[in-house]
Design a protein around this ligand. Structure first.
Ligand code: S3P
Length: 189
């Protein structure tokens, strides 16, 4: 029987999810540094592989092809890598297969930000985010809300309003360490 072995909790990848511009990459890099782990940003990983920015992949290959590449990349990272800090693109968790593979192999952390706090960042992040182009503020808000049910499938939610990335990362690192000790205590006594 091909029974999969459970991944020890300390070895599970830590996956960050959340809407565009909430700080997944910045926070992920900080967590990786604090835990001495490798950081993988799925979009950068794809950009390196295809030697072009995500916006160009959208333009030349179309969104459905990007979503396929994104799905294959995340499945590979979740099934074949351990101990990584992984940041997903904001749309990735809309795909059921991605949700399933992440939730069964990794620890999934949702970086939450309220709409009111998020909308202040729009001008800073709109370039390079093809999904935001040609949408009114109301339409972006609709997308923001439409995506919340998928983000609600996580192991833990971190509210990031009024917190800087360093504070968010510190909080996550202490919570992770506590969880690791509780669920897989050091037994060298
Ligand atoms: C997308 C988010 C982007 C990137 C792509 C599509 C989305 O990632 O994957 O532009 O659909 O929300 P970030 O969340 O890192 O901006």
């Amino acid at each position: 029987m091909n029974q999969k072995r459970e991944i020890p909790v300390r070895e599970k990848n830590i996956v960050l999810i959340g809407f565009m511009g909430v700080g997944k990459t910045t926070v992920g890099q900080l967590i990786a540094k604090k835990l001495y782990r490798d950081f993988i940003d799925v979009d950068h990983h794809i950009e390196k592989k295809y030697s072009m920015p995500v916006s160009q992949i959208f333009k030349e290959m179309g969104e459905p092809e990007f979503r396929k590449i994104e799905r294959e990349t995340v499945i590979d990272l979740c099934e074949n890598f351990r101990c990584k800090i992984v940041s997903l693109g904001g749309g990735a968790f809309q795909q059921e297969e991605i949700r399933k593979v992440c939730l069964s192999n990794c620890i999934v952390l949702f970086l939450d930000l309220t709409w009111n706090a998020w909308k202040e960042r729009l001008d800073l992040i709109v370039d390079g985010r093809p999904v935001l182009h040609n949408r009114t503020l109301e339409e972006v808000q609709e997308l923001f809300e439409k995506r919340q049910p998928a983000y609600s499938k996580h192991n833990s939610k971190i509210s990031t309003d009024n917190q800087n990335p360093e504070e968010v990362a510190d909080y996550i690192v202490s919570a992770l360490k506590l969880g690791w000790d509780l669920y897989q205590p050091h037994t060298d006594m």
